[in-house]
Design a protein around this ligand. Structure first.
Ligand SMILES: [Zn+2]
Length: 189
């Protein structure tokens, strides 16, 4: 099987990376990825390039928290999550493990995150799209991100303002990390 994943970086994609699962600053409270490698399926990567251009027109850059997520990492997050609404059951499979989902926000020209009303991975109803429990400015910023990502070909999930994925997931299979070789974020170099 040829590897469908493409690496993303600030140099190649004009994005900002903050891969929280390669640090301890995440919901699991521990480092899950050995390496801060950001990977997307080539179909999603094409759409993301469009999103980068649309964000630039709005004076912003995309800041990515997570993209492809190996099955082993999905299991760790599932076991950690208190509210299973916000994490896909590894038995079913996450679209992150298909390489077709990305978690992200917008930063301004100074690199400062736009106010989205909550942090990434904040697992309450405040994180739901179109929540009027966050400020009007945060709602407007979420709508800006939504417009950028939907114009680029992604769709949103109701419960997480930061999560976008390609539609028609049945076209994409779960990617077995055994095939990834040196691109596996779970392995040390
Ligand atoms: Zn996600």
């Amino acid at each position: 099987m040829t590897n469908p994943l493409v690496p993303l970086s600030p140099e190649t994609h004009d994005i900002v990376l903050d891969l929280v699962y390669a640090t301890c600053n995440n919901i699991a409270g521990k480092q899950i990825y050995e390496r801060d490698l950001c990977l997307l399926h080539r179909d999603a990567e094409l759409c993301l390039r469009k999103a980068v251009q649309l964000a630039a027109k709005a004076g912003c850059k995309l800041k990515i928290f997570d993209a492809f997520r190996p099955h082993e990492a999905q299991v760790e997050l599932w076991e950690t999550a208190l509210d299973k609404l916000y994490v896909a059951d590894p038995q079913v499979g996450s679209n992150h493990t298909r390489g077709t989902a990305v978690d992200l926000t917008l930063v301004d020209s100074m690199g400062k995150e736009l106010d989205m009303g909550t942090d990434f991975d904040h697992m309450t109803s405040l994180s739901h799209h179109f929540s009027d429990l966050v400020s009007p400015q945060a709602q407007a910023n979420r709508t800006l991100l939504l417009n950028i990502m939907e114009q680029a070909g992604f769709q949103h999930l109701p419960h997480e303002w930061w999560h976008y994925e390609l539609p028609m997931q049945a076209n994409h299979t779960l990617i077995d990390s055994a095939h990834l070789g040196s691109l596996n974020p779970m392995q040390q170099k």
